[in-house]
Ligand binder design. Structure first.
Ligand code: F6R
Length: 627
């Protein structure tokens, strides 16, 4: 996490860096800072808290240099404070760092023995000391970086500048993303292209242990050993998306309301509406994300089907909300495409020695495409010879680049740290993927395919209906204030939805909520139930309806208060609920796309009424690029 921006060029670095950091604030907002060349030295300004605090401090500051670096922090080592904020500055050498230096204890000890004056609690400052020592010896920042690279263990991306060479910036990474943007007589080095898309569309993506040296009008990339590398310059055809709240009070609320469009955008490439059939568009197994547009869609679809026809098992691996989407994918794929699916949290998968067999597909899901554990899981799967397919929102992100096949959420930028619209997009993509797998396996007759597509096509308008009930969700949220704990429950596809609902409440309203499979209630959680415990139960009209009603009766009998989310006009459900929220009737495979909305909105309204920052909840960051 943490966002980093470096700039070298004719414009004012302060403005470019600040505007870049604004677009990267989703990566961390504990503190921020800049270091910019000024009057032959380095002027550093830092502030604790959100970027706006730094902006205020910088308002009347002037810099005469054209080179600078900036950082917005998500704290790993050391509390959020100004003294732990980046850039770190040691004897004219300044750096910003995203990641974790794992061998920081031994480095710290060695530096202390050599008398280094360490002023923060961070691992990052130690790298600045190492680099300062090395520039002292080598008199060259690039050489110093080469020497220091071998001393570091962990996951890091770093930008360094030195006041004795005010005409160059050196960047290097091992783990978290780093991209060099190429402009006319200027260059940018950033964690995410979003930071500078308004200035350039040309980028070089750095791979691990590569070093970029940025000088006037010149960007050179080297291996750790100093070999000059010819790297492709990728030209993105993205517009710099205007991320605006469009009149909504928060990005999160806007993004919840964007879900109908998100579903359309996710399914559009893969569904032939005229013929009511599924045909995945340019999954491009074995091709890079940049080359997908040049593929012949008919040939690509044929190749994708050939690969899918051979698949015997699937792993779905992700973190957080993406993981819950993946769990719903398991129900879809097992039921419709009849393939065994194992789902796993990426941080478990990568360390648990899973048993791999032939003809296994590993689907990774990541909105950011940068989540460190999910990326490690993809690498492990590749190493074990699995076919990998990523579902990402950010095109060209590291996971997208490393996976063999590519599918996209197409959600547009998601700014709210709590994921909402990307969840809806992922479910839609998984639905299309499930139909494609079933088709490739000869399990989808024309009628069933048409039915599924019809169900999917109805989702956007059904979502609009759900969103129109927002005031009831706000009322329900208000009633949640009196409870001390929350049990979110569901069965089948509603079980991951219960977990997602509980996660939203935890991360936004800072309240303890557990997501549970309703059938598990008797095996422990029932002991928690009393009148101060709210049961939020997702109960669509499906095959498991009666079983869910029994669970609700059991909870009610123990004094639990029931908030149910079911199908409109279901009087039976209404009769066992203290508060009942009825949604449009939908096919079982579609219900998650609808039932998640009241849970998102209840968490949003509750957090908002408690005056918490819903777009940037405490302690969190949007892109988790460290383990
Ligand atoms: C929760 C949330 C997180 C992310 C998780 C994975 O609202 O946003 O749980 O879903 O950090 O992130 P990605 O999808 O970027 O890999």
């Amino acid at each position: 996490m943490c966002g980093i921006v470096g700039y070298f060029g004719p414009l004012n670095p302060k403005d470019i860096i600040l505007s870049g950091l604004k677009r990267l604030e989703y990566r961390g907002y504990d503190s921020a800072g800049v270091a910019i060349i000024h009057q032959g030295g380095l002027k550093r300004i830092r502030a604790e808290g959100k970027l706006v605090n730094l902006e205020t401090k910088l308002k009347n500051e002037k810099f005469d240099g054209r080179l600078g670096i900036g950082h917005t922090r998500w704290a790993t080592h050391g509390v959020p404070s100004e003294r732990n904020a980046h850039p770190h500055l040691v004897k004219g050498l300044s750096l910003v760092h995203n990641g974790i230096i794992e061998n920081y204890l031994e480095i710290r000890e060695a530096l202390q023995k050599r008398g280094a004056d360490i002023t923060s609690d961070t691992d990052s400052e130690l790298v600045a000391h190492l680099l300062a020592e090395e520039v002292e010896k080598t008199k060259d920042l690039f050489k110093a970086v080469q020497n220091v690279l071998g001393m570091l263990r962990g996951a890091f991306s770093i930008l360094a500048i030195w006041d004795q060479q005010p005409d160059q910036l050196v960047a290097f990474k091992d783990g978290p993303p780093l991209v060099v943007g190429i402009g006319k007589d200027e260059a940018f080095v950033v964690s995410d292209v979003q930071a500078v898309l308004q200035y350039t569309k040309k980028f070089i993506y750095l791979e691990d242990r590569e070093i970029a040296v940025v000088k006037v009008g010149k960007v050179q990339i080297f291996s750790a050993l100093g070999l000059r590398l010819e790297k492709p310059v990728v030209e993105l055809n993205w517009t710099s998306e205007q991320v605006d709240k469009l009149g909504f009070a928060h990005y999160m609320l806007k993004e919840i309301y964007e879900q109908p469009q998100a579903v359309v955008a996710a399914m559009e490439p893969h569904i032939d509406l005229k013929n009511q059939s599924v045909r995945l568009k340019n999954v491009g197994f074995g091709h890079s994300p940049q080359s997908l547009d040049g593929l012949n869609s008919i040939t690509d679809w044929q190749e994708t089907q050939n690969i899918f026809a051979k698949i015997e098992k699937i792993f779905i691996v992700a973190c957080g909300t993406s993981f819950y989407a993946g769990q719903i994918g398991k129900y879809l794929i097992e039921n419709i495409a009849q393939l065994p699916v194992e789902t796993d949290i990426a941080s478990e998968f990568r360390y648990r020695k899973p048993i791999f067999s032939k003809n296994t597909l590993m689907i990774s899901i990541s909105q950011s495409g940068e989540t460190a554990d999910t990326l490690a899981a993809v690498r492990l799967a590749k190493e074990k010879g699995l076919t990998t397919l990523s579902i990402c929102n950010v095109k060209n992100s590291t996971i997208d680049r490393e996976a063999s096949g590519h599918m996209y959420m197409n959600s547009g930028t998601e700014v709210g740290v709590a994921s909402t619209k990307a969840f809806a997009s992922t479910l839609t993509v998984l639905h299309c993927l499930t139909l494609a797998l079933a088709k490739a396996r000869g399990l989808l007759n024309i009628e069933t395919e048409k039915d599924h597509i019809l169900h999917l096509q109805k989702v956007p308008s059904q979502m609009e209906v759900v969103l129109a009930y927002d005031k009831y969700f706000a009322e329900a949220a208000n009633s949640l204030k009196e409870f001390r704990g929350f049990l979110y429950m569901g069965r089948g596809v509603s079980y991951p939805i219960a977990m997602e609902g509980a996660l939203k409440l935890k991360e936004l309203a800072y309240l303890h909520a557990e997501g549970y499979a309703a059938g598990e209630m008797k095996h422990g959680p029932l002991a928690l139930i009393d009148s101060r415990m709210a049961i939020v139960m997702v109960v669509p009209d499906d095959d498991l309806f009666e079983k869910s009603i029994s669970n609700l009766e059991e909870a009610r009998a123990r004094g639990g208060k029931i908030i149910s989310i079911g199908t409109v006009d279901n009087l039976r459900l209404k009769s066992v609920s203290d508060r009942y929220l009825g949604l449009p009737k939908a096919h079982w495979s579609i219900t998650p796309l609808l039932s998640v909305i009241p849970l998102q909105l209840m968490a949003y309204h509750l957090a908002n009424s408690l005056e918490y920052d819903v777009d940037q909840p405490r302690n969190l960051a949007k892109s988790v690029t460290v383990e």
